[in-house]
Design a protein around this ligand. Sequence first.
Ligand code: ADP
Length: 328
Amino acid sequence: MEKVVSGIRPTGNLHLGNYFGAVKSFVAMQDQYQCMFFIADWHSLTTHPKPENIQASARTILAEYLACGIDPQKAPIYIQSDVKETLELYLYFNMNMYLGELERVTTFKEKARQQPDNVNAGLLTYPTLMAADVLQHRAHKVPVGKDQEQNMEMMRKCARRFNNIYGVEFFPEPQNFYFGEKALKVPGLDGSGKMGKSTGNCIYLRDDEKTITKKVMKAVTDAGPTEPNSPKPEVIENLFTFLSIASTPDTYQYFDEQWNNCTLRYGDLKKQIAHDLCEIVAPIRAKIEDYSANTELLDKVAREGAEVARASASETLKAVREIIGFRK
Ligand code: ADP
């Protein structure tokens, strides 16, 4: 069975970008593939070098994963820092990757712009740590959002280069996996391109109905369509993206027709989006509260997940050491 691995950094609560871009795919994949999902606490140090309580933050994401429907019996969940094998593979990959190619990664350039006083080596080597996360399990598929495409390209490069240097066919070249037919980018509702924690424009799975409705109703719009069948400006396209992920195809078509014949009222569109998002989020939110209170269960899931992940990674690392020529 093909293996699937993916993770999310515990730098805040899960938002709708994380959910629709990644976690929803995790849940869908756990029945068909051999999955493992992790919480990338080491990765969070690239932007949050002095976390307030990294263990609590990791438990927060763990509770949210469970609330979204990941079943740890099918798909073990582990915390990245519990599997030290990752660090060794990260080191080997770093030896084979070049400064120039790492510097060209868009997410690196973006983060370097966002935090000019902390352009650390961890940021630069973010893709090689991500490659180690996935390739230590020799996984084939990685469910991620559109923003991760370039990091995935770097991951394949790590795998390919290792295989070429040592003349082996050891690592697979993992493919990005999208739940829908194409990569999803959940937009921000403030007119910015992407919903993301660092942009402060998120709707969180923990938000209650009032908060979600307020955030959606405040979404940026324009003066409205004047010509029938005109192309949608970006802020309106963003609203329709929400409609496509939260509502039924019929509802989408209904509002799309209204746009096309210039009768669309943005207030109605936003109310529909808010309502449909609340329907999706409310049951998840209730479960997050339950799981968060069950610390015993959270510890058990993390402990058992770490055991599975360590066993899988140590098998890979044993082979990697042999391939490079280190003592077995
Ligand atoms: P953030 O951008 O909030 O810091 P991460 O970078 O930790 O979140 O991303 C975790 C996962 O969620 C990745 O698979 C990423 O592709 C996905 N993701 C994050 N934001 C979005 C978004 N706006 N649209 C689609 N997927 C997203």
